[in-house]
Structures are given as C-alpha cells and as structure tokens.
Design a protein around this ligand. Structure first.
Ligand SMILES: Nc1ncnc2c1ncn2[C@@H]1O[C@H](COP(=O)(O)OP(=O)(O)O)[C@@H](O)[C@H]1O
Ligand SMILES: [Mg+2]
Length: 254
C-alpha cells in the first residue's frame, strides 16, 4: 500500500469548557479514495474536518499530510486540503461567479494567466461554464453550492472535504452536485464527504466511517458498515448499497 495522503493518529480535541469533541481518533485516508463520514449531531465530524488542514489545534495527537505534520507547514496544508464548509454559501464574496472563483488564486498572487486557467477549469468541473459573469445572488441553491466548490477547486487541492453539502438542496440540486463530486473523483481527487444523506451517495463511496461521541465507531466498505448505522441513530436507507444514489437516470451529467 502506498503512503496515505493523510494519517491521523490518536487525535483528541478538548474544548476549554471540557467538551471532548474528539477522543483518540486514528485513521488513514488514501489518495484517490471517496470516503463518507457520518454520525449523529455533535459526534465530532466538523471538528475533525477542521483538523485536516490545521484550522484547529489538537489537544493531543497529530495529523500528517504526505509524511509531514500539517501544523509544520500550514500553507501547504491549506493548498492541499480544500474545505467546503457547511455555511459555504455565506462565504461567497465576489461580484461575479468568475471573480468569486478567482479569489483564492488571487490571494496566492499567481500570475493572471494561471488564475484565468484555474477559474476556467474550476467552472468546467462544477458545471458552471457560461455563468462567469452572473452575480452570485442570482444563482439557484444548487448553483451557489457548486460555486463554493469551484472556489475551493481553484486552489487545486489534492483532497476535497465537504461538510453536509446537500443540506437544503432540492433533488436536481443534489443530483448535480453529486455528479460534480463523481467527476472530480474520476479525475483523481480524493473526496471526503461528511453527510448523513447516505441514501443519496453511498453507492459512490468506497469507504464509510461512522463517528460517535468523538470516536470512530465503524470504518470499512459501505456494504460492511451499512447495517450498523441505526445503532448510531442514522436511518438505514432501504435497499442495497448499489441503489443508494441520487444520480439522474434519464440524463447522466457527465
Ligand atoms: N467552540 C466550541 N466550544 C465547545 N464545544 C464545542 C465547540 N464547537 C463544537 N463543540 C462541541 O464539540 C462536539 C462536536 O461538535 P461537531 O464537530 O460540530 O459535531 P458534528 O459536526 O458531528 O455535528 C459537540 O459536543 C459540540 O457541542
Ligand atoms: Mg457538523
């Protein structure tokens, strides 16, 4: 097995008020995988995400990216691990779709032609070609969510981490976003998706991790793990894992 992209070892996070959000979490994430992390509210998923690129400081333990601790080189971690937050829509800042997508690369002070190239690629990967000059507030919920993904993609991360990205989207919005994630995965990006909407996406993942009270409660292939989700208060979708997809049937997106 090649070196994992991410190695998390004995990661604990205790807040000043004493809340133990993460309790000795250890796991590896391999390059090119599509991982789903699920668990009840308050189980530590969002706190865990923030450790992946050094936004949070462990109480104990370490997160290693490509052999080097994340905290030893924060700018590298921020480039390599792209986070799409749950409130990503509120982070859209640009006057237009293209300018919003350019925001990250501009902060890196990349040359203009490189910025333009990245914006073009990010809009293509998120199905937003032709939306360049649109004002973000005129976008649909699903388009807005894909714009948030485009902004992160323009940083050319190795791994994309998304926190509950389907929340509040209608069915086409979910299906289109899922098609985008599928396309990114097919092009080699590592996908780490936090969601409890297993019925929408589980068929696309090669691994399911369940978190409970700051600990890893189960970790394995979706078919191995799916029958234990109800013990953690997550509704088990009906049917077999292969049917757990919100992919459009009549017209495949890509
Ligand atoms: N800033 C904070 N101060 C104290 N406790 C926090 C803070 N942020 C999160 N927590 C607690 O940490 C635990 C894990 O939270 P979180 O990772 O947001 O859960 P999830 O994303 O799985 O719903 C919860 O008990 C939550 O209340
Ligand atoms: Mg959360």
């Amino acid at each position: 097995m090649n070196t994992p992209l991410i190695e998390v070892s004995s990661l604990s996070h205790i807040f000043p008020d004493g809340t133990k959000a993460l309790d000795e979490v250890s796991l590896d994430i391999h390059s090119g995988s599509f991982v789903i992390l699920a668990g009840p509210n308050g189980s530590g998923k969002t706190v865990f995400m923030r450790h992946l690129n050094g936004l949070a400081r462990p109480t104990a333990g370490v997160v290693i990216l490509d052999g080097t601790p994340v905290l030893d080189d924060l700018s590298r971690a921020r480039r390599s691990i792209g986070l799409v937050f749950q409130d990503a829509d509120t982070q859209v800042v640009g006057q237009t779709v293209a300018r919003d997508t350019a925001f990250g690369p501009e902060n890196l002070r990349l040359p203009r032609n490189e910025i333009d190239k990245r914006v073009k690629a990010a809009l293509e990967a998120t199905g937003l070609v032709g939306f360049d000059e649109r004002r973000p507030h005129t976008l649909s919920g699903g388009e807005m969510r894909r714009l948030a993904v485009a902004g992160v993609l323009a940083m050319e991360p190795d791994m994309l981490v998304l926190d509950e990205p389907f929340t509040g989207l209608d069915w086409p919005g979910c299906a289109d976003l899922l098609a985008v994630l599928d396309g990114l995965h097919a092009s080699g990006k590592t996908i780490f998706l936090i969601t409890h909407d297993l019925d929408k996406v589980l068929a696309h993942a090669d691994r399911l991790i369940l978190m409970d009270s700051g600990r890893i409660a189960a970790d394995g292939s979706p078919t191995e793990i799916i029958d234990s989700v109800e013990e953690l208060g997550i509704r088990r979708p009906a049917g077999d894992v292969a049917s757990m997809s919100w992919k459009r049937r009549e017209r495949q997106q890509r």
